[in-house]
Design a protein around this ligand. Sequence first.
Ligand code: BDR
Ligand code: CA
Length: 304
Amino acid sequence: MRLPIILDTDPGIDDAAAIAAALFAPELDLQLMTTVAGNVSVEKTTRNALQLLHFWNADVPLAQGASMPLVRPLRDAASVHGESGMEGYEFVEHDRQAMVKPAFQAIRDALMHAPQPVTLVAIGPLTNIALLLTHYPECVFNIQRLVIMGGAAGRGNFTPNAEFNIAIDPEAAAKVFQSGLEIVMCGLDVTNQAMLAPEYLATLPQLNQTGKMLHALFSHYRSGSMNTGLRMHDLCAIAWLVRPELFTLQSCFVAVETQGEYTSGTTVVDIEGRLGHPTNAQVALGIDVEGFQQWVAEVLALAP
Ligand code: BDR
Ligand code: CA
């Protein structure tokens, strides 16, 4: 049986690659997509997500989520993904629309009606997930686990210590890590290593239409370079779902710093258990990079 998942995303160029994998990995059943403000505004992430669903002719409902972090102004990553959030490819016109209800409501409804627990995958700021937990705590019984791309045990990529998705909405992330949900955290400790090599990237335009489109986006993606390799942060969360054996995880207590003058948005990952708190997340600290690259090649070859 395929694993039912709900994907919360802010496309975003590496998000686009993750969405491809979520749609075409035979092990997964993508039941709902939701968008959040992050890499660019939520209007843009929603437009990008709808364009991708249309490109793949995918029958997956999409709900638009939060336009702002819980308490802070939005800071985006247009410098990494381009002004549109998915610079580099001309998508055709279509008339797809987001659902009328907001993301946290759509996730709640999907969970309450699901015949079995569903895995939530969040590859943007955690605003929608925090709103879900605040407004509908009763639906956690049907969440199998939450798998996120976010945070770091080591250095950050947005501030010296903080990773982008957590730094954009630290209050939401803190709420999520305190929720008691089973959490798998794929942070920069693994995602910075999860590179696609230049030799493979060069083959994408010949692979299929998906390869052509991703190659065009990748040419505008600034998390690495086409010549030295590109970081596929968000793809790691999907890879963990279908190839968990590629990752080394450690159960840790993770706190999110919300107060620090220079450190807010930092995930404090207590690897050595120094703080003496019960663990609340499984943190990915190691990845088999070759195995990851092989899996990416396999799954993208299944796309049209
Ligand atoms: C994360 O930040 C975003 O720019 C990427 O899409 C990814 O989710 C990496 O820090
Ligand atoms: Ca993302």
